[in-house]
Design a protein around this ligand. Structure first.
Ligand code: COA
Length: 256
């Protein structure tokens, strides 16, 4: 058990709330594991009719904990497993998923939003997927979900050059339903989740299934994970993780 994720249920809505604000809610393996267990429980439990993803503090999440990436870079095993399980589960999740994003959403913090059915975001939030800045590659099926949603050119600029979008742009590009003042993002998401929980669940789930390509996502996640795993072990990734820990800019020209 970890207190870095708060899981609660009120009526038909389960809330999964990232709770590591001092680290901008960077996701530890324990957090992925707790969230994965909660999603599996939500799927199996008939009393849960909708899940809300939200956060404590000013950030949604700064993405995977980079210290865990660094550990995986230095070790000979396969790398973090809890994050892989969470990504597979959220990409296949069958009940409605709503996100309330009060600020920063980086890396998996942004790619998971493409598996949510409704997204409410702070208008001044910064959303980014700087995988290549860390010498990594897209994950969570984002190599297909993001270009499908926003177009290839925008997706490539975000992946390969770390370009960020604001909450306002996220609304304009169809990533979010609504951009709001920061304090209103989670309450608006919660209100939408409560409304969704009152809809006929069978029809909501069937609609979600018709609109999503869960099998294609699962196959792409396997392909991405192989590539991600190889990059995670690379010398250029070691330089990126060391630079983050030392609070300096990486110098990839030093790495062959
Ligand atoms: N992994 C591990 N720790 C992280 C983190 C991450 N992804 N993101 C933030 N933190 C930690 C910082 O190291 C810092 O810890 P410290 O107080 O012990 O030094 C703390 O959270 C606060 O972050 P800080 O950098 O001081 O805040 P900031 O407002 O100046 O910048 C970010 C916030 C999120 C923009 C910056 O921390 C950042 O770029 N993080 C990395 C994001 C990233 O690349 N994620 C992975 C994408 S694949």
């Amino acid at each position: 058990m970890t207190d870095q994720v708060k899981i609660t249920q009120s009526g038909g809505v389960m809330e999964i709330c990232w709770n590591r604000p001092d680290k901008k809610n960077a996701l530890s393996q324990a957090m992925y594991s707790a969230a994965n267990d909660a999603l599996l429980k939500a799927s199996a439990d008939p009393s849960v009719r909708c899940v809300l993803l939200c956060s404590e503090g000013d950030a949604f999440t700064a993405g995977n904990d980079i210290a865990d990436f660094a550990k995986a870079n230095a070790s000979t095993d396969h790398g973090p497993r809890d994050s892989s399980s969470y990504i597979r589960t959220i990409a296949a999740f069958d009940k409605p998923l709503v996100a309330g994003v009060p600020g920063l959403a980086i890396g998996v913090g942004m790619t998971m939003l493409f598996h949510c059915d409704l997204v409410f975001v702070a208008e001044d939030a910064k959303l980014s997927m700087p995988f290549v800045n860390l010498a990594l590659v897209p994950e969570a099926a984002s190599s297909i979900t993001v270009p499908a949603r926003v177009g290839y050119a925008r997706a490539f600029a975000m992946f390969a050059m770390g370009e960020a979008v604001t909450g306002k742009q996220a609304e304009e590009w169809g990533i979010a339903n609504k951009a709001l003042p920061a304090a209103e993002a989670i309450p608006a998401a919660r209100a939408a989740a409560e409304r969704l929980a009152k809809q006929p669940l069978g029809a909501v789930m069937a609609t979600k299934k018709l609109m999503r390509e869960a099998e294609r996502y699962a196959k792409q996640i396997d392909i991405e994970m192989e590539c991600f795993g190889a990059q995670l072990k690379s010398a250029e990734a070691a330089e990126a993780f060391a630079a983050f820990a030392q609070k300096r800019k990486p110098d990839f020209t030093r790495v062959s």
